[in-house]
Every structure is written in C-alpha cells, then in structure tokens.
Ligand binder design. Structure first.
Ligand code: FUL
Length: 430
C-alpha cells in the first residue's frame, strides 16, 4: 500500500493535550462541521490506500457510543460510524487504533480491564468492521487509580485473530507489522522485514528500538516495518502548529517507503472535524512531486541481460506487473541494463518479489558511459544493503547524478535474488 493516513482525533484536539488525562468533560469533544468524507477525499487524492482512526486514545474517550465505557460520544455524534461509512463509500480501506492504555476506565490496573478491552475489541470489530488493520499502541501508563495494567497481549491477539483473521495487526512486534522503533519517519538501514519475536511482547518487553528499525536478518517471523510519523509536530491538531513542507515529506518518503517500510502519515483533523487546508495543500504537493519524479522511467525499451530461470527472464524487471519477476540462478548474479543512449539519472529503484521472501543482502553498481564499465561502488560501501519490497537509492555523489548508457547491478543474497523491478529516474527533469 506504501502510504496510509493516520488520523489522531479526540478530546485532545480541543484541549491542546497530546495525552489526555481521561478526566476531560465529554462536552469538550464538539466538532463543529465533522466531515469524514473530506478526510477520505484528501487521502485518496494524496495517493493513500487506507486511513486509520484513533477510535480510542489514552484518555479512554471512545469515538463511538460504547457499552463498556461511560467516557464516549453520544449516539448522535458517532464519529466511528461516519468514518467507516465514508471509507466504504469512497472505496478506501478503514483501519482502527484502539489504545489499551486507558486513563479513564475505573477497572484499569485490574484483571477485569483485560475483559473490558477484549469486549471493546469485539464491539468495534463486530459493529463497525471489517477493518484492514488493528493498531495496538504499546504505551502502558497509569490509570485513574494510579496503577499500571498488565496487558494480556496473547488474549488480545487471539481475540483479533478470531474476529478478523485478515486484519493486519500492528504492535511493537507485530504479528502483522511492527513499530519501526522511532516516530521521526525513517526505517533503519538495513531494514529487514523479518524479526525474531520469541520471548518478546509489545510494551515492556519488546526488542530495543534500534532492532525494530533494522529488523533481524534471518528472523523467524515476517513482520515488516510500519513508519508512523506526524505531518505536524504533535499527533493531535493544535492551533499553533503547522504541517511539514514538501521537502521534509519527500525525505520521509525516501527513508520509509524507499527503505522497505510502509509510511503511516498522521494528518490530524481540527476542531471543525476537517483536515485543515494547509495540510491538504502540502499533501497534494507531496503527491504531485512523487508523480513528477516517478512517472518517467528511463529503462523503458532498454536491453536487459542476465541469467534467469525459465519463465522468469531478466527483462521482467522492466514491466510493472506485480507477479512478473526475474529469478536469478545464483546467490550473486549480475544484471545489465543497456539504454539507447547515455542518460542522466539520479534515482535507482529496486524491488524484490516479497511473496518469495527478502533475499538481497547487498547491491553493487557499475556504470558505463563511453568508456569501460566503471565500478561505482565497492564491497565495503555498496550501493545499498537490503532491498525488500522497495528500495529507492539516490545519488549522493558529486555531481549528484549518474550518466550512463549501461548499468550493471551485482546482487548478493542469502538465496538467489528474485527481482520484481528495476527503474531509473531523474528527479531534476521537468
Ligand atoms: C504513541 C502514543 O503515545 C502517541 O500519543 C501516538 O498515539 C503515537 C502514534 O503512539 O505510542
């Protein structure tokens, strides 16, 4: 999906808080012109495939009238209902964030709260689902009685699995996808989609954030990284804060989607219940910039040579069909791509066919303009290490572009690489 929208919305939108105390007067939550269709329109026009709403944040306030809490919207102001209806109508995927940490619920900090939380999951997924993703925030602080909760994670996960086995479950350690270990908008480098989760649980017993950034090479579970980051300084809308600019969003894009992560970009609605015009404008400009750069692939019509398995020839790296790929014969194959003439480009995109795993451990680049092949990288300083679903490599050299008629990529993998796509772009072309 590459980019999804996150929507933090709740009492904090009105009080200026990031972590509500749970003691807010319910009446503070009063969006004056709630319009979830507007969120959907903006997300779609920004090239996003799904939206995840904070149906319950740490203040415990439920954006639907829940049977299991008194701290909720009224029937007449059912935001979750309007949200799922707008997503279905607009044909975009709906996901839901339900925080286990609850600073309002009287049972929080006791065993009974785990039952309340399981009932809440049932209620939301049965009455409002199906959702494509369940987002479990790992934060675990004190509740109203000063006690921390001991979350029954295995029960929460099992409940979700029973309620909707198709839903991607996000948590610090998956099982569907993992927290990337930071909230700044970048994956680690390398970034493995595999993780060892034996003995780990979300919240207090998760791997070190630096390990979540990189994943574990050869890890036993497939738990790709999801990069949650806000377009604004805070997760919730605050009157005195403003969105990032296009350059900052592009940097985040290169460091998340371009490093084998999914970007979950938070765009918080304001007190009207609408996404502000300045955020919408920057999202449109961000989309236009990606279109400008990535709509003209220089490899079209190129000659490709490499050894490949029958039926999975090297030229398959040039087409955009998802299930067409080049299956190399060895763990360190070469592929050469010859263009019609010497061409300037400054971005190389490589994609592995991840249904068959993440195999590549390093890529070397050779370029040829008029003379001999030139080894652009060396073994200690490869073009990149991991690839995964997508790797976007920018030329950092001086001058900041490559000029070549032919490029040769030398892959190394833990198994014979299976490459979906190789493309070349020029970000400076108009
Ligand atoms: C964190 C929360 O504490 C923040 O408020 C926010 O929801 C972020 C996405 O996750 O753990």
């Amino acid at each position: 999906m590459e980019i999804n929208m996150f929507c933090h919305f709740g009492p904090n939108t009105f009080t200026g808080a990031e972590w509500g105390s749970g003691e807010e007067n319910k009446a503070v939550f009063a969006p004056s012109a709630l319009d979830c269709r507007q969120w959907v329109d903006i997300a779609k026009q920004a090239g996003m495939g799904g939206i995840i709403l904070t149906a319950k944040h740490h203040d415990g306030f439920c954006l639907w009238p829940s049977k299991y809490s008194t701290h909720t919207v009224d029937d007449s102001n059912n935001v979750l209902r309007q949200f799922v209806d707008a997503c279905r109508e607009g044909n975009i995927k709906a996901g839901v964030y339900i925080s286990p940490w609850d600073r309002n619920h009287p049972t929080y900090g006791t065993d009974d709260y785990n039952n309340v939380f399981v009932n809440t999951l049932h209620e939301v997924h049965t009455n409002y689902g199906p959702f494509f993703e369940q987002w479990f925030d790992g934060a675990c602080g004190e509740g109203p009685n000063g006690k921390k909760q001991c979350y029954d994670w295995s029960r929460f996960m099992q409940t979700m699995h029973n309620l909707n086995p198709q839903a991607i479950i996000f948590s610090d350690i998956g099982p569907g996808c993992r927290w990337v270990g930071n909230e700044e908008g970048h994956c680690g480098d390398p970034c493995w989609s595999t993780l060892n989760t034996d003995g780990a649980t979300p919240s207090d017993n998760k791997p070190d954030p630096s390990e979540l950034e990189t994943g574990h090479k050869g890890g036993a579970k497939w738990v790709p990284a999801e990069v949650d980051v806000s377009i604004r300084p805070g997760w919730f809308w605050h009157a005195n804060e403003h969105p990032k600019n296009v350059d900052q969003l592009m940097e985040i894009y290169y460091n998340s989607v371009g490093r084998n992560g999914l970007l979950l970009l938070n765009v918080p609605p304001d007190t009207n219940g609408r996404i502000p015009a300045e955020d919408s404008a920057v999202l449109m400009a961000f989309h236009a910039e990606r279109d400008r750069i990535f709509s003209h692939d220089m490899t079209q019509g190129a000659k490709v040579r490499a050894l490949g398995r029958p039926g999975h020839k090297a030229a398959n790296v040039l087409d955009t069909a998802y299930h067409s790929y080049w299956a190399a014969l060895s763990k360190d194959p070469w592929i050469s791509i010859e263009l019609d003439s010497v061409t300037d480009f400054d971005i190389i995109v490589i994609q592995e066919y991840i249904p068959l795993g993440q195999r590549v451990t390093s890529v070397q680049l050779w370029t040829q303009a008029y003379d001999d092949l030139y080894p652009y990288t060396n073994i200690d300083n490869p073009l990149c290490t991991t690839v995964g679903y997508k790797r976007i490599i920018r030329c950092n050299d001086n001058p900041r572009h490559w000029s070549a008629k032919k490029i040769v990529l030398h892959f190394q993998g833990d198994a014979a690489p299976i490459i979906n796509r190789i493309a070349l772009y020029n970000s400076k072309a108009q």
